[in-house]
Design a protein around this ligand. Sequence first.
Ligand SMILES: CC(C)(COP(=O)(O)OP(=O)(O)OC[C@H]1O[C@@H](n2cnc3c(N)ncnc32)[C@H](O)[C@@H]1OP(=O)(O)O)[C@@H](O)C(=O)NCCC(=O)NCCS
Length: 283
Amino acid sequence: MSVVNKLKGKVENLKPRVSECAIVVRPLPLIADEIISAGDDFYFKIVFDPTDRHLVALEPARRLELMKGPFARGALVILAIHKPTDTAIGKMWLVSESPVAGDGKRGLLPIQLAKDEIFLFDLWVHKDFRRNAVGITMAYEMGAAVDQFFPEARWVYGYAHVDNEASMQLMSLVYGMWTVQTMKEYEIGDYHVGMVPNSDSPKFGPFSKRGRHSGDGFQMPGRPRSGDTARDYHHREGFARRTVNDAVISDDWMWPGPEWFDTEHPKGSDGKPATPETLPRSM
Ligand SMILES: CC(C)(COP(=O)(O)OP(=O)(O)OC[C@H]1O[C@@H](n2cnc3c(N)ncnc32)[C@H](O)[C@@H]1OP(=O)(O)O)[C@@H](O)C(=O)NCCC(=O)NCCS
């Protein structure tokens, strides 16, 4: 590729790309009768660690570096691992806290979450493994993980580009989510995202100044209370409240070395204050 073409490509990449998005929601925990399995070839992992080996193999190093801040503030990823190849072939990113100023450059939309809400974004399954129920199983794993680690969560938001048929279908028909708001997303370059100002509709929702998050309305809009789609939401014995905890958890981030705030900081074999490399921590 010539230098001029490369430059053209770069400039093109820096032009904002705008997409219409639907913000969808469903209650937690999930309901017991919805359990379905992707089969024995897959297992699922709850990752709180940006240095997790499967995640590192899947995501660009730059993205994981950018996401360290959100990870420190309760971001997690549900990974689907294909056992025969020991490879992550599916992912679902979640934040359990509202993004902070500057997180747009890290790839987080400026959603405002109430205390009992979480947000899932960047749902993806490798194309060779689609239509194997991996996408849907990740949702159950998400439900179980949230139930274990964020038991206060009662609602999970998701988002999809409205022209993405697979995603919209999955969210509405399979995840049982309904649209609470629409807004326009802009993307610049590889990671920077944001909301086109004033594109939120209606003006009461997770992307508005006012919404459940602002405490002046506790009603979740659009919840089907009667008819075919009405469900026993917030089921007490919901699937996610499983008694057997067989989840694979990856949460070793920032724990490999000595405690940096120890009064007596341990020394490594070289006699200098130890680092995680010179003195791996044993738990
Ligand atoms: C959307 C996506 C994650 C679905 O993953 P998946 O593992 O194939 O999903 P599942 O096998 O669990 O599908 C469950 C159901 O979702 C719906 N669905 C999935 N893919 C679909 C498609 N291409 N078109 C229409 N409906 C679709 C179907 O109802 C499907 O059930 P069925 O196979 O019994 O008909 C996957 O297509 C993907 O990674 N797409 C590219 C990235 C993307 O668009 N992500 C969403 C961003 S918000």
